[in-house]
Design a protein around this ligand. Structure first.
Ligand code: NAI
Length: 486
């Protein structure tokens, strides 16, 4: 379907421009230096090759940092195919570098099959995702590495519809995107009515990166529909308390600056959601001198926000006063089209939650007399019938990846070290993990943190044996009980 599909040197791929590979490789080299956890995992497992025989279907933002993860999985013995989990988040030079590989050339790429470019259409996005499952020699993946759960969703829906013998017609309420998913599966079913069912039997597990994907997995498990074991990487402490918080603290402001270069100091900003991502967003905005208020539905998070010195408001009450609106909830329908129409002239509206339904973009596009003008890619001015306008970033999708380059390498090294360890756990211990959602044991979480201390010159105090006994832990850890909240 995509005119970008190529096969060179026996490698199939679809990226924007393979000649960007050198530029990508330079960035990868710098990123490797900032990703000590991943590089330590490469050294630790170089000889053992724990992922030998693993065929990993990866769906996660195709950035420079992800490129280092991919090459780590390969260094551990895996075969990999990769797509981005968002239509705007690919860094084209990183995608090209991964295809060419450290030892290949543009004419004879020797890396990994990647199907991702910045600015895919939704049809292209699902076409790419479908390519994940076609390993060379007609083989299927036996592992999934997911971010948001789209690859996992395709397999589960595929199995469901194959069992039913047909893909249902879309209903009135179905989104445009879900209609495309149904079309993708209809074509698959017509070509091979058993494809996903066979595949699901081979898959040893999925490791899931983000809050929203994890929510989908717990729902599948609760409904008795989960088809293989899943590792919740997001809720490793060294993931959600670092990437979600400190990552967004970096990349939210980066995205705002690159998109608009608006002065943040002094502006009134509303952050919807005060979870891990919301807390990082607020810290960054306050650091810039913004006057920040939050919205919350959870009394605990609302109280935390108040105790942190923030106004906790209802969006409707401040919608006409604020200059910048950021959604971070992982929920849908947070900012309505009507609310956007009541915002100040040139108010900025942006989302960093995983999916694009936090801001009602479809409703905005349907308002009578509305006009959309592209200021530059992923920055749009929407002018209302009355003449005033708002600026929407990345069409309501993850703006820290659409307008900037996502989180920096060091924090992603924490997340991706968890991913690599989780892949090893599920792949090398088939049968040990039930078909349910699991978290990595705490000693591995602590290991991930430990691997990042030296790079920051952190000197850890060593517990004495008697101290360890006094607080009831082992000298080598784990140092906290599972319910500790950090
Ligand atoms: P979280 O669950 O810690 O925080 C979300 C917060 O939003 C919760 O406190 C919840 O009570 C609140 N919330 C839910 N509905 C709300 C509503 N209607 N109004 C106001 N608040 C509401 O989740 P976390 O880890 O902060 O993740 C949030 C989203 O960000 C998820 O979609 C996640 O997948 C995504 N994410 C994005 C990243 C990025 O790079 N942009 C990085 C990591 C996560």
């Amino acid at each position: 379907m995509s005119d970008k599909l190529q096969n060179r040197n026996g490698l199939d791929f679809a990226v924007a421009d393979l000649s960007l590979a050198d530029a990508g490789r330079t960035q990868l080299r710098l990123a490797e230096h900032e990703m000590p956890g991943l590089m330590a995992i490469r050294r630790e497992y170089a000889a053992a090759q724990p992922l030998k025989g693993a065929r990993i279907a990866g769906s996660l933002h195709m950035t420079v940092q992800t490129a280092v993860l991919i090459e780590t999985l390969i260094a551990l013995g895996a075969q990999v195919r990769w797509v981005s989990c968002n239509i705007f988040s690919t860094q084209d030079e990183a995608a090209a570098a991964v295809v060419v590989g450290p030892a290949g050339t543009v004419d004879a790429p020797a890396g990994t099959s990647v199907f991702a470019w910045k600015g895919e259409t939704l049809e292209e996005y699902w076409w790419c995702t479908d390519q994940l499952f076609a390993f060379p020699g007609g083989q299927a993946p036996n592992m999934i590495l997911d971010d948001g759960g789209d690859a996992t969703l395709l397999v589960h829906k595929g199995v469901e519809f194959e069992a039913a013998g047909a893909v249902p017609q879309p209903s009135e309420e179905d989104s445009e995107e879900y209609r495309i998913v149904l079309e993708t599966l209809r074509a698959s079913l017509a070509a091979d009515g058993d494809r996903f069912t066979r595949m699901a039997k081979e898959i040893r597990g999925v490791t899931e990166e983000t809050t929203n994907g994890v929510k989908r997995l717990y729902k599948l498990a609760k409904d008795g529909e989960l088809l293989f074991p899943a590792m919740n990487v997001n809720d490793s402490v060294t993931k959600s308390k670092f990437d979600n918080k400190y990552g967004i603290r970096h990349s939210l402001v980066d995205g705002l600056n690159r998109a608009t270069d608006v002065m943040i100091g002094g502006k009134r900003v509303v952050v919807c959601g005060y979870g891990d991502v919301g807390k990082g967003a607020v810290e960054a905005l306050r650091g810039q001198g913004a006057r920040v208020a939050v919205t919350e539905i959870d009394p605990i998070c609302a109280l935390q926000a108040a105790m942190d010195g923030l106004d906790v408001v209802e969006l409707d009450d401040v919608v006409a006063d604020a200059d910048i609106f950021i959604t971070t909830t992982g929920n849908f329908g947070i900012i309505s089209a009507d609310q956007m129409s009541r915002m100040k002239h040139n108010a900025i509206v942006a989302n960093v939650g995983h999916f694009d339904n936090e801001i009602d973009m479809a409703g905005l596009a349907k308002l009578p007399g509305i006009a959309k003008k592209e200021i530059k890619p992923q920055v749009h001015e929407w002018t209302f019938a009355g003449g005033h306008a708002i600026i929407v970033l990345s069409e309501g999708r993850l703006m820290n990846l659409g307008n900037a380059t996502g989180h920096p390498s060091f924090v992603m090294s924490n997340s991706f070290t968890n991913q690599a360890i989780a892949q090893i756990e599920l792949f090398t211990k088939p049968g040990e993990y039930a078909t349910d959602v699991h978290r990595l044991p705490k000693h591995l979480d602590e290991k991930v943190a430990r691997l990042h201390l030296d790079a920051l010159g952190v000197k850890l105090t060593k517990l004495t044996k008697t101290q360890a006994e006094y607080i009831g832990v082992d000298v080598e850890g784990p140092y906290k009980l599972d319910h500790y909240r950090y």
